[in-house]
Design a binder for this molecule. Structure first.
Ligand code: THU
Length: 160
């Protein structure tokens, strides 16, 4: 038996103004993407902005449905759009911003497990880690790879 530790490194900012201009753009894009949210049931608006390696910034937002499980999270709407339309371009940064009844959450909304697993798939597909920025009004967190939001990623090829 061995006691082990898994250390996750991330940056935390109290304001977007502390971030690089490129990251500030991603924060603004994620907040702007909330406008596309269709969330009549939860009233929780999530915006996701995805920058591709070529600089293109795509936006997605959560889409709900009267049959609840038929809806989809913001992150997956934009990642699947990117996967379908720009299949060969790796991801650079995914920024996510959640708002409750139209008010940006103070503490950043954190992606659900299914979205993290989908992030892991694209990181693996493109063989390139990408940044994840979680936006809140009082705190913004930046992670530098999917492993840091999904430790011990499931990957059928690396199960030992
Ligand atoms: N939601 C997202 O868009 N992303 C997440 O990572 C978690 C939850 C959405 C799904 C649903 O429309 C609403 O937030 C409330 O759960």
């Amino acid at each position: 038996m061995a006691d082990k530790k898994y250390i996750i490194n991330y940056e935390e900012f109290t304001s977007a103004s502390q971030m690089t201009p490129e990251d500030q753009e991603m924060v603004a894009a994620a907040i702007q993407a909330q406008k596309g949210s269709y969330s009549p049931y939860s009233k929780f608006q999530v915006g996701a902005a995805l920058k591709l390696e070529n600089g293109l910034v795509l936006k997605g937002a959560n889409q709900e449905n009267a049959a609840y499980p038929s809806g989809l999270c913001a992150e997956r709407t934009v990642m699947f759009f990117a996967g379908a339309n720009y299949p060969d371009i790796p991801f650079d940064t995914l920024a996510i911003a959640g708002a409750d009844h139209g008010v940006l959450c103070e503490s950043p909304a954190s992606p659900c497990g299914s979205c993290r697993q989908v992030m892991a798939e694209y990181q693996k597909k493109h063989k390139k880690p990408f940044n994840i920025i979680l936006v809140g009004s009082k705190r913004i967190r930046k992670f530098h790879c999917v492993d840091d939001v999904l430790p011990f990623i499931f990957d059928s090829l690396t199960v030992e």
